[in-house]
Design a protein. Structure first.
Ligand code: HEC
Ligand code: HEC
Ligand code: HEC
Ligand code: HEC
Ligand code: HEC
Length: 311
């Protein structure tokens, strides 16, 4: 029902003019440049809160990131460009490169605008006079992330869980207005806003189970990713890393420190055991296992878990 989507004030206008959002009376509010791939700043004219969140996300620095600039040799590797400044995303397929406002990285229109029907796709059945909108159920599903996060999406599918990417990386922030501009703020009911900071987060201690077996000249560490329904680490082209550090002890006295790095190629799959062999020629009867992770763009590693195991 339309009345449900809009506030009583707007409903009053409806009663007077009796028309829907595509009819003539509302086109006086239409702002045509919104349909020509404007930069994110333009969307901030109304969607200021969401813009401020996005500004803090990795998506907003996808083009200007130092690590990315270096990895593409100053944007000379053409096959690397399209996902970092996409025109419009499509499901499961690599997007096309945008020619304008590249510094904006993965911006609002990359995800929301479709030139097929010249409208902003989103999770709601919205009444938005400044630009046409279309309710698109995919915005609540993981597939909306698939055109750029291709590897991660494949891993997630294999995990066959019901939790979507959004349920962890775009959690609801608050119920509020999607717009911070008069008069629209007052014309719409508050809605759930999902966090456009796209927070990466960090695995919790219990997400990774650690066991160890003592063998001759060997510590066998068995890891199990029980919590995150994609590989740890996961990547399309970034180089996030996990570090597994084993310290051996004999009667409490430290003997050796051994380390293995887990790259995205050999990441810990969801619900699948991963065995790592640490060779040692010293005697030991207890060990400490520490797991750290470092995202592609992070300088420092962070500790996820540390446990002591007695033999
Ligand atoms: C149009 C392409 C595109 C789409 C669609 C997209 N992303 Fe991204 N995403 C990127 C790029 C490119 C980066 C890397 C930005 C950087 O750090 O340079 C990224 C980074 C991220 C990161 C940060 C990863 C890290 O290294 O910390 C998260 C989390 C993320 N995206 C989540 C999502 C989720 C969830 C969705 C779906 C709702 C999504 N993305 C849809 C292109 C996309
Ligand atoms: C299919 C889309 C896609 C293409 C093509 C692509 N990337 Fe990315 N890139 C991503 C996504 C998604 C991320 C987010 C983190 C991750 O999953 O690796 C990312 C993250 C990165 C990062 C880490 C974040 C940062 O800012 O430091 C670097 C570096 C990077 N990409 C470099 C490249 C290079 C070099 C190429 C070409 C070989 C490339 N990308 C091509 C999607 C893509
Ligand atoms: C990487 C893709 C991506 C980018 C970039 C992005 N959005 Fe979204 N947006 C989404 C997804 C996915 C949802 C639906 C989230 C859900 O319902 O779980 C959404 C939801 C919304 C909504 C409905 C309210 C809400 O939070 O669900 C609005 C309005 C919106 N986005 C505007 C914007 C604006 C403005 C920008 C730029 C400042 C932007 N988006 C950038 C993917 C994106
Ligand atoms: C002049 C104000 C204005 C500007 C500028 C504006 N919007 Fe909107 N937008 C609205 C209004 C009004 C709504 C409806 C809000 C509601 O339903 O609560 C809306 C809703 C949306 C939605 C939700 C659609 C849905 O069906 O879930 C998305 C996505 C969106 N806008 C994207 C954008 C993007 C991307 C830009 C920049 C290119 C932009 N908007 C610029 C006024 C604006
Ligand atoms: C159950 C919650 C959950 C779901 C569902 C989920 N993720 Fe993650 N994701 C995480 C956590 C937690 C991390 C941080 C892992 C770590 O400690 O490095 C992460 C990390 C990432 C990273 C950064 C690279 C890395 O290895 O840390 C990207 C990119 C990403 N997720 C994308 C996605 C996409 C795309 C989907 C859906 C296909 C998705 N995630 C589904 C929780 C989730």
């Amino acid at each position: 029902m339309l009345i449900k989507k809009i506030s009583p004030l707007l409903a009053f206008f409806f009663l007077i003019y009796g028309c829907d959002s595509n009819s003539k009376i509302w086109t006086v509010f239409r702002e045509e440049d919104l349909l020509e791939h404007p930069p994110a700043k333009r969307c901030a004219d109304c969607h200021l809160d969401i813009y401020n969140q996005w500004k803090q996300s990795r998506h907003s620095v996808a083009w200007v990131s130092e690590g990315y600039k270096k990895a593409t040799r100053n944007y000379s590797k053409t096959k690397c460009l399209s996902c970092h400044a996409p025109l419009e995303m499509s499901l499961n397929e690599k997007p096309q490169l945008r020619e304008k406002h590249k510094k904006d990285g993965v911006n609002c229109v990359s995800c929301h605008f479709s030139s097929k029907d010249m409208s902003m796709h989103g999770p709601y059945d919205s009444f938005s006079p400044p630009h046409p909108s279309k309710e698109d159920k995919n915005f609540r599903k993981s597939i909306v992330c698939s055109s750029c996060h291709q590897q991660t999406y494949k891993q997630w599918k294999k995990a066959s869980v019901s939790k979507t990417c959004q349920s962890c990386h775009m959690q609801p922030v608050k119920k509020g207005s999607l717009i911070q501009k008069f008069p629209f703020t007052y014309l719409h009911f508050p809605k759930e806003i999902y966090n456009h900071k796209f927070i990466t987060g960090i695995a919790k201690e219990n997400d990774i189970e650690v066991k160890a077996v003592k063998e001759d000249n060997l510590v066998k560490v068995i890891l199990l990713n029980k919590g995150i329904p994609h590989n740890l680490p996961t990547a399309d082209n970034g180089k996030p890393k996990f570090y597994v550090v084993v310290t051996t002890y004999e009667n409490g006295k430290e003997k050796e420190k051994l380390q293995t790095i887990i790259t995205e190629k050999y990441g810990m799959e969801y619900n699948k055991k991963k065995e790592l062999d640490f060779y040692t020629f010293e005697n030991y009867n207890s060990i400490k296992v520490e797991i750290f992770r470092k995202l592609s763009w992070e300088k420092k590693k962070k500790l996820i878990k540390s446990i002591l195991i007695q033999f």
